[in-house]
Design a protein around this ligand. Structure first.
Ligand code: ADP
Ligand code: MG
Length: 374
């Protein structure tokens, strides 16, 4: 089939790398002339709105997207002409932190306490209701920790309002979590679902730094996470991969947010599982049977933020390298590496071999993650 992807970033690139062996072809719609998926299919240099989008995608059997900020109206228009998966409705819900939380609440799924905030008096009322610390976030367009402000004291209100105040906002109560994890699942058009093992995640400054599969700390949460994700997928009649980010708290799992697409926390599935999230997403889109989602051993993914490190790290047995081919820029995800070992105990025992290649701040984060895992 010919698959059109709105977005031509690293996620589109990895979808195409997984989909080509299945016999599919790809068209990428991305305004950046140097979009990193461009060598893997036809690249149309265009944004994601306007009447020409339909022509750009002419001949596509399926349309999907590699990021959430595609205008939902554009996707809804495309859905009149193309088989769009996941649906515009799924995109619309996960584009808006308020709609996302309302959906979960309607399904009795725990989320952080929240209040919609459009005006200053509403912000004051929300703080009275939820207390401090709290997080003030834009409802839309946030990613990698952008568009959010932590409010610890009343002096933080003014700068937060100055920087975010002109947009629709949400105030979230602070969730005191033991750790964060994410569940990726894939659902096909007939409603069949496969779940990957939970990923233990570590964020710093709002950006995912490390993802670990096979974390003993996650094992007790697998069943409840699957139940929650299954409920959300069925409610949205979802087709493709969905990742749900969770906080693990004393009271149980709390949903943080939904990503209606392939997701960074499951990049480890490329080498660390039987059938990767990228291949399963493409299989679901094209009505092929879903692949097995269980893991091969324990995998650790390290994100490269800002610039690629030295390839010396490749000397480690079982380490896989992904250079997205992007220009170095502060805070930008430019690549990742995944180290796959037979089990978590081996990974923990041999962690020093990897940390020898990392920056001190990364070593601290990774050591904390491994100790929290088990
Ligand atoms: N309500 C909250 N309580 C505590 N920490 C939070 C809360 N919301 C977000 N965070 C922290 O900030 C990170 C990024 O926030 P998130 O809402 O997932 O935004 P993004 O869309 O940028 O990923 C989370 O992974 C978590 O570490
Ligand atoms: Mg997030």
């Amino acid at each position: 089939m010919r698959i059109g992807i709105l977005g031509g970033g690293q996620l589109a690139k990895m979808m195409a790398l997984a989909g080509q062996p299945l016999g599919h072809e790809f068209v990428f719609i991305d305004p950046a002339a140097d979009a990193c998926a461009r060598s893997l299919g036809a690249h149309r240099v265009s944004d994601w709105s306007g009447p020409d989008l339909v022509n750009q995608l002419a001949g596509c059997d399926r349309v999907t997207f590699d990021f959430e900020n595609v205008p939902a109206e554009s996707l809804a228009t495309l859905a009149d002409r193309f088989d769009v998966r996941p649906s515009p409705k799924a995109l619309e819900v996960s584009q808006d932190r308020l709609a996302e939380k309302q959906l979960c609440a309607s399904l009795d799924i725990p989320v952080a306490p929240f209040k919609a905030v459009d005006t200053r008096p509403e912000l004051m009322g929300a703080i009275d209701a939820l207390g401090l610390p709290a997080l003030l976030k834009t409802r839309r367009l946030g990613y990698d920790g952008k568009g959010q402000y932590r409010l610890a004291h009343s002096e933080d209100l003014e700068p937060a309002w100055q920087s975010l105040g002109e947009q629709a906002l949400i105030l979230e109560g602070w969730v005191d979590f033991a750790h964060e994890c994410a569940l990726t699942a894939v659902r096909d058009a007939a409603g069949e679902v496969r779940f990957y093992p939970l990923t233990h995640t570590l964020h710093q400054e709002g950006i995912l730094r490390f993802a670990l599969s096979g974390s003993p700390a996650n094992a007790p949460w697998q069943d409840s996470a699957e139940k929650i994700v299954h409920q959300i997928m069925d409610a949205l009649d979802y087709v493709g991969c969905l990742t749900v980010e969770f906080f693990v708290t004393e009271a149980g799992l709390v949903v943080n947010e939904l990503a209606p697409r392939v997701h960074n926390s499951a990049h480890w599935t490329i080498e660390g599982s039987v059938c990767s999230q990228f291949e399963n997403h493409i299989r679901a889109l094209t009505d092929m049977p879903l692949g097995a989602a269980h893991s091969r051993g324990s995998a650790l993914m390290v994100n490269f933020i800002g610039q690629m490190p030295s390839t010396d790290m490749l000397a480690l047995d079982g380490l896989h390298w992904h250079d997205y081919g992007k220009q170095a820029r502060k805070g930008r995800k430019v690549g990742h590496a995944t180290w796959v070992l037979e089990d978590f105990a081996t990974l923990k025992r041999r962690a020093d071999e990897l940390t020898a290649h990392l920056e001190p701040s990364q070593v601290q984060g990774l050591t904390g993650l491994i100790n929290a895992a088990g």
